[in-house]
Structure formats: structure tokens, C-alpha cells
Design a protein around this ligand. Structure first.
Ligand code: PMP
Length: 707
């Protein structure tokens, strides 16, 4: 252990939030009464539940305990005749605003801004501070009630991930609101714990002569049938609307809601003991071990795994409820974080319209709009887009484009590719052939892989003055082999999986000139570097160089679906298609409409330009956070560029031990070989970047990386 003081990082709080969210299909649909009755029912059973109102509006903070408009007063009434519990109040209000309006307006009136992130933090802090077994969190109004201009109650609910009791108004048109609310809950992956129907004060308003009682019963019947059709066994409870809620009224409601309360209590006790969930997770991992093969892993000596049950923003929640700060963006892809509402919305609306059609002989708006948008963002000179289904396939397409281009202009001898050492381009045969010959495991496939040419890795660091001799080997190879080359392929500025190496952009300018002189094509693989990761939209911008062919993928859909694209210049496209030529590639799922729609939404988000500040802030936080790693034993180099941070170690690290350590410390990082690297989603707050870096530094201090 090093004598340097340990950086501050604690293993994440162990107790995951337990409870129920009570939401309404609108206002005045019995949400508060349901919460009160559930509280009563649970407290009668001696369950330490507490009703919590994260945001109360229409009440002054001083009056929260006494005002008849405060939900806390309703909860207090619900507790009539129930024994109090030592150390645990029946209810709590976390934020209180005087204006009787939607939370965003009421807060703004008092110069405050609510956000899902801070409300969630407040709820978790409250949960940790009280000796409750479960919290009954009551929303405000319906699901889509705004908390600020961008976020609403449903966003908060999805971050919390608790089961939801939906209180709905049983009246004409009420079923419509309830079913739409159920649909929204399901689209957000939330579990429905039950539906409680309450009639309006005058359910038959404006419809004289109608059999209102029959109509209300039919609402409940239809609702049960619909839920059954969704394979959802949540109970539907019909509650009376009681004009006077006295002791016996509360008892009646409590009786009616008891099945839901008991079901929840069972769930909490299972979670409390930890065992069933843990068993569930263990079982999943065992099933996985018998059937599934993981990346770069053995099928017999199975790798250590963590089961993830949900994600949101820059967080992953494991099956046991443990929450991790994500430092990997799921291999460069989830640039906007997880479950971003705009991406989900694009997915759902496209899914409803047309999930996929073949692309031969057909086209569609999402694909065309995406191609137009991509070409706008890419370096000048790229004019055609070919959609592929993964990064490796996009690279295969690029290689085939270069080969067909050379054939079509009569340069049939140009069948080889030149690539720098230390590169990585994917795992299919063609892509592998241009990966670094050592780390790309060429020896495993010798005799099968096409024999390509390799030049020295661009040795001049990004942050050092340019040294022109770093191109000597490239010059030599292009002079000696120029006539055999279909193209030179490389990752601009950042070599990713082949070593997380950042090199000088001037290298690319000089290399582009050498390619022109050798009359060969230049291919940029921007699958990892594209879409802002290095601080530029595409890394080619660092050098102001336009390649003949450019591949992108990963962050293209914001990490939600698999999609990649290969763009080429007019010269390449026209060359291939000269004299009736066609390009010989066409995957089944080419230009998948769902993926294109999501990618379109992701590019729209990037177009706002917010990513620049986010990436700048992350870069600064990485520089500060990783500074302490420099000079530690076995650390060879620490480097940061854009939203990428790298700690390079002398020897390969103990990935299994580090992964376990990181999970224990509430972060998700997966080092490989001799690299511990961080590339968090752009939405990551700087405090979370600090937590990621602190975990790395602590692991180094403690020697966790050692074999
Ligand atoms: N090229 C680069 C630069 C990459 O980083 C990757 C993926 N790590 C690929 C190609 C291959 O992409 P995919 O995994 O989507 O096939």
C-alpha cells in the first residue's frame, strides 16, 4: 500500500430503495386517499411504512403539518386509531411550494428549479435517514406533470424504478386516461402494482339517463381484460367515493386496498432478506453460464458477470438493486446516457409506424433523413451513405468499396490495405485483417486472414509538438507498396481498443498527402471517435482532413440499437458504379427503420451543441480526477482527450479483481490488457466523473490491479 493518503471514495450505500410510487391518471382521482389508506393498512400490520410527498404544492412550508390542503393532513387522518411508531413519523414532505399549481410553476414562483436528479437524491437521502421498511411516494397530478421544462413526474418515476399504484378516475372518459397512463408506465419499464378506481363526485355529469353504475363497472371489466392481454396480473380495485372520510370510511378503503398492500409487503420482505433476489440473480448467472457465450470469453471457464436489471441517465442498476455510475458508455455507444426520453420516444413512435422493411427496392424517411443529416455533420467531400448493421460490417463495407473502386478503374493489382500497428477495426475476417497483427490475434487465423501491410503506430503524442519523423515508416511503406494498395485505413487521432493511444493530428494531414501521391484511398474508421467523443464531432476535424471513405457506428444511435454507416466521396461512388457497376453488399437489416429513427433523434440532440460543454466539462474533470494516478507505482502514462481518460499500466491488469472492486465501489469500469480507461456518457455530472476517477485511484493505491 502506498504511503500517499487514500482518495475519498466509499463503497456505495447497501440498502436499495424499497417502496411504492402512487401516481394518478389525472388530478382529483383519489391518489392521496389511496396513499393514506395503504399507509393505514401497512401500519395496522406493524409495517414501518411512511408516506412521502416529494413535492407538495398549494401549501406554505410553515403550514405543511396543519393546512387542510396539505396531503400530510390527509395521511394524518388516515392514521386515526392506529398506534404511532417510535422514531418514524407517518409522513414527510420533502419540498413545499405555496402556489397551487404544477410543481414546475410553483417552484419557479419561489425562484427554485426542481430536477429529477436532485429529487431522487433527496428521496434517497430521506430513505437513508429514516428507519422505514418502505416509502409510499405520492406524485403530483398525472404522470406527465412537469417538474421543469424538460422533465416530468414519469421521468422521476423511471429513475426510481419502484412499482406503481395507479389511482384512476372512474367516470366517462376516465378509462381513456387510465389506459394511456398504463401504456406510458409500460413504455418506461415500470411495474404496475395495481389500479385503484375512484368515481368522480358526479360521474354522470352531462349524460342524463345513462346507467352510470353499469358503465363504471364495465370500465373496471375492460381494464382487467386489457391488463390480462398485456400479461399483467396487477389487481384492479374499485373504491367508493366517500363524501365523509371518518374512521369507518378509512377502514373500508383499507379493506379494499389490503390485497395490494399485502402483495407489496411480501415483495419488500423478500427484498429485505435479500435472498430471493440474490437467488434470482444467481440463477440467471447460472442459466447464462449454460447457454450464453460472452465477448472475448471462454464458454467453459465462464467469466465473472453482473446481472443488470435497468438503466437510467448515467447509471446501471444491478439485479440486487445496487446502482453503478457508468464509466464505459457501453463501449463508447451510450453518449446521451441510458433511456433518454427523446430516443425512447423516437423508438416508440417508429415502432408503431413501421419497425423494419427490406431496403432493396424500398426506401423510407428515417433512412433518407439520417443520411442527409450524417453528410451534413461529416467532413466535406463525403456524399453517399451505405447503412450497415454493426461497426465491423461498416469496415467490411469500406474495404469492399475500396476494392471495387480500384477494380473499376482498372487497378486490379490494388488488393491490399495498409494500416498502422495498434489499430482496431472489428472482429469479422476483413476487419480483423487490418487490426494490429499482435493484439488482433492474427496468429489464431493465419492462413485465413488476408495478408495486409502494417506501418509503425503514429508515435507523436497528441499533446507534444509534432515530430515529422513519425511519418518515416508510412512514407517508406507507401513508396514501396503504393501500387498494391487499395487504401490506407486507420482510426483518426485516437486508436481505441488497440491501445487507447492519442496521436498528433498533423500525422493525418501528412498521411493524406502521401495517399494522394500514391494514388490510393484513405479510410477513416470513426466508429469509436465519432459523434463528439474526442471533443470534435468527428476526430478528422482535428486535422481538417476529409477521407475518401468514413465509417461510423456505436454512438450513432446513442447506444440504443445497432447501426453503423459507411460514407464515401462522389469519386468513389461514381468509380464503383461506372459502366453499370453496382456495389455488392446488402444486409437483411440494412437501414433498419427503428435504428434510423433513433439515430435521427440522437443527431438532433447533438445538433443542439450541448455536447460540447458536456465533453469539455468531463475532460476537465478527468484531468483533475486522474492527476493523482500519475507517478503511482506501475503507472506508465495518464492521458485525457475529450471524454476519454486513460491510465496505462506497465503490465496487463487483473481485470476480474478490478471489475469486482469497481462494482463494490459503485462504478462500472472494465479495464482490458494494461489499460484502465474511462469514457463516461456525456450526461455524466462532474461529481460522478470524480467518483469514477477516485475509484481508479483507490484501486491503484490498494494494488487491486496486481495478478
Ligand atoms: N472500429 C473501431 C474503431 C471500433 O472501436 C470498433 C468496436 N470496438 C469496431 C470498429 C467494430 O465495431 P462493432 O463492435 O460494432 O462491430
Amino acid at each position: 500500500m502506498s504511503p500517499i493518503a487514500e482518495p475519498h471514495v466509499s463503497a456505495q450505500e447497501a440498502r436499495p430503495l424499497r417502496g411504492l410510487f402512487v401516481a394518478g391518471s389525472g388530478t382529483d382521482v383519489g391518489k392521496t386517499v389511496c396513499t393514506g389508506a395503504l399507509l393505514r393498512c401497512l401500519r395496522q400490520k406493524n409495517v414501518a411504512a411512511q408516506a412521502v410527498k416529494p413535492v407538495q404544492t398549494g401549501v406554505r412550508a410553515d403550514d405543511v403539518a396543519t393546512s387542510p390542503l396539505s396531503d400530510a393532513c390527509v395521511y394524518a387522518k388516515a392514521m386515526q386509531g392506529i398506534k404511532s411508531m417510535q422514531g418514524l413519523q407517518p409522513s414527510a414532505v420533502l419540498h413545499c411550494f405555496e402556489l397551487p399549481a404544477s410543481p414546475h410553476l410553483a417552484a419557479a414562483k419561489e425562484n427554485k428549479r426542481l430536477s429529477c436528479r436532485s429529487l431522487r437524491e433527496d428521496i434517497l437521502a430521506h430513505w437513508r435517514a429514516v428507519p422505514a421498511r418502505a416509502l409510499l411516494l405520492e406524485g403530483a397530478g398525472g404522470l406527465r406533470v412537469p417538474l421543469n421544462d424538460d422533465e416530468d413526474m414519469l421521468d422521476l418515476m423511471s429513475m426510481l424504478g419502484l412499482p406503481v399504484l395507479l389511482a384512476g378516475g372512474n367516470y366517462l372518459g376516465g378509462l381513456n386516461h387510465i389506459l394511456l397512463s398504463v401504456e406510458a408506465l409500460r413504455h418506461h419499464g415500470l411495474v404496475l402494482a395495481g389500479v385503484a378506481l375512484t368515481p368522480a363526485a358526479d360521474p354522470a355529469m352531462n349524460c342524463p339517463g345513462v346507467d352510470v353504475a353499469g358503465l363504471l363497472t364495465d370500465n373496471a371489466r375492460i381494464l382487467r381484460k386489457k391488463l390480462e392481454g398485456m400479461d399483467c396480473d396487477a389487481p384492479v380495485v374499485e373504491l367508493p367515493r366517500l363524501e365523509k372520510l371518518d374512521w369507518s370510511g378509512w377502514e373500508r378503503l383499507t379493506d379494499l386496498l389490503r390485497p395490494i398492500a399485502l402483495q407489496m409487503d411480501l415483495r419488500w420482505s423478500e427484498q429485505g432478506q435479500g435472498s430471493p433476489e440474490l437467488l434470482e440473480e444467481e440463477r440467471l448467472i447460472q442459466r447464462d453460464g449454460k447457454t450464453v457465450w460472452h465477448p472475448y470469453a471462454s464458454a467453459t471457464d465462464v467469466p465473472s458477470l453482473n446481472a443488470v436489471s435497468r438503466t437510467f441517465a448515467n447509471r446501471m442498476v444491478l439485479a440486487d438493486g445496487k446502482e453503478l455510475v457508468d464509466g464505459m458508455s457501453s463501449w463508447w455507444a451510450a453518449i446521451h446516457g441510458y433511456n433518454h426520453p427523446r430516443l425512447l420516444d423516437a423508438l416508440h413512435s417508429q415502432a408503431g409506424r413501421m419497425p423494419h422493411v427490406m431496403f432493396g427496392g424500398l426506401t423510407h424517411e428515417p433512412a433518407v433523413a439520417l443520411a442527409e443529416h450524417l453528410l451534413d455533420l461529416m467532413p466535406d467531400g463525403l456524399e453517399r451513405v451505405f447503412f450497415a448493421d454493426s461497426g465491423s460490417v461498416a469496415v467490411e463495407v469500406a474495404l469492399k468499396m475500396a476494392l471495387q473502386y480500384q477494380q473499376s478503374r482498372g487497378e486490379r493489382q490494388r488488393t491490399r490495405f495498409l494500416a498502422p500497428r495498434g489499430g482496431y477495426h472489428g472482429d469479422t475476417i476483413g476487419a480483423m485483417s487490418v487490426c494490429d497483427p499482435v493484439t488482433g490475434m492474427h496468429s489464431l487465423f493465419s492462413g485465413v486472414l488476408p495478408q495486409q501491410l502494417f506501418m509503425e503506430r503514429p508515435s507523436c503524442r497528441f499533446d507534444q509538438p509534432f515530430d515529422p519523423t513519425c511519418l518515416d515508416d508510412a512514407r517508406r511503406m507507401l513508396t514501396e507498396h503504393g501500387k498494391e494498395l487499395a487504401a490506407v485505413i486507420l482510426e483518426p487521432v485516437v486508436q481505441g481498443a488497440g491501445g487507447m493511444w492519442f496521436y498528433h493530428p498533423e500525422y493525418l494531414r501528412e498521411l493524406a498527402l502521401l495517399c494522394r501521391q500514391a494514388d490510393t484511398l484513405l479510410i477513416f474508421d470513426e466508429i469509436a471517435t465519432g459523434f463528439g467523443r474526442t471533443g470534435k464531432m468527428f476526430a478528422a476535424e482535428w486535422a481538417e482532413v476529409s477521407p475518401d471513405i468514413l465509417c461510423c457506428g456505436k454512438g450513432l444511435t446513442g447506444g440504443m440499437l445497432t447501426l453503423a454507416a459507411t460514407a464515401c466521396s462522389r469519386q468513389v461512388a461514381e468509380g464503383i458504379c461506372r459502366d453499370g457497376g453496382v456495389f455488392m453488399h446488402g444486409p437483411t437489416f440494412m437501414a433498419n427503420a427503428l435504428a434510423c429513427a433513433v439515430a435521427g433523434a440522437s443527431l438532433d440532440m447533438l445538433a443542439s451543441g450541448n455536447w460540447r460543454k458536456q465533453v469539455d466539462d468531463i475532460e476537465l474533470a478527468l484531468r483533475e480526477g486522474l492527476a493523482g494516478c500519475q507517478g503511482l507505482p506501475d503507472v506508465v502514462d495518464v492521458r485525457v482527450l475529450g471524454a476519454i481518460g486513460v491510465v496505462e499500466m506497465r503490465d496487463p491488469v487483473n481485470t476480474r479483481a478490478l471489475q469486482q472492486f469497481f462494482v463494490e465501489h459503485g462504478v462500472w469500469l472494465r479495464p482490458f490488457n494494461h489499460l484502465i480507461y474511462l469514457m463516461p456518457p456525456y450526461v455524466t455530472p462532474v461529481e460522478d466523473v470524480a467518483q469514477l476517477c477516485a475509484a481508479v485511484e483507490k484501486a491503484l493505491h490498494m494494488g487491486v490491479y496486481l495478478p
